[in-house]
Design a protein around this ligand. Sequence first.
Ligand code: CA
Length: 223
Amino acid sequence: MARIFLVEDDPQVGELVKRFLEKEGLLVVWARTGREALKQAWEGTKPDLVVLDRGLPDMEGLEVLRSLRDLDPLLPVLLTGRAEEDSRVEGLLEGADDYLGKPFSLKELLARIKALLRRGGKEGRRYFGPLELDLEARKAYLDGQPLKLSATEANLLFVLAQTPGRVYTREELLARVWGPEFEGSERVVDAYIRLLRKKLKDDPQAPRFIETVVGMGYRFLGE
Ligand code: CA
């Protein structure tokens, strides 16, 4: 169940939104002031999305937004407030993921929330069968278990998985993962692919993830 952190000082709006979202199966934590919001954001369980009112009694909403961003640069934030275009642009420039002008319909709010949650899921994490890649944290999980990857192994995996289906030559992988200054042999790529396959429990004869393309290089198998 997605956790929504609602920051709204208007008791009527807050009550209405909270009840509606809960009826739609979302978990809602409601903070009524900027200070309360920041306190809860630091202490509570991490939310999946924040619905943040710009006009708060004690703090400017954008200030709360900036603090939330410091806490987690990827947390999806839907800013609500005055409907004027300037307000929207300003909010987006400050790092909100979306802006909803007031008054809004509850259905519109729900649609925006769902879109952001989908986007967050899609951009932040990618799933390839039993393999899950957390693109921001640069972590990989196989069957839900975190993989212990060295920095080089992780870089190699994330470069390959960035564009599934695309063939990368050893030369390209050397340049991308080891850097253009690296002067070692291209065989180092093969060695690291072997290490990676072992950790991914990937059989080169029947690969699930990394395929050898004879005479060319390697390719990550697509979704
Ligand atoms: Ca307000």
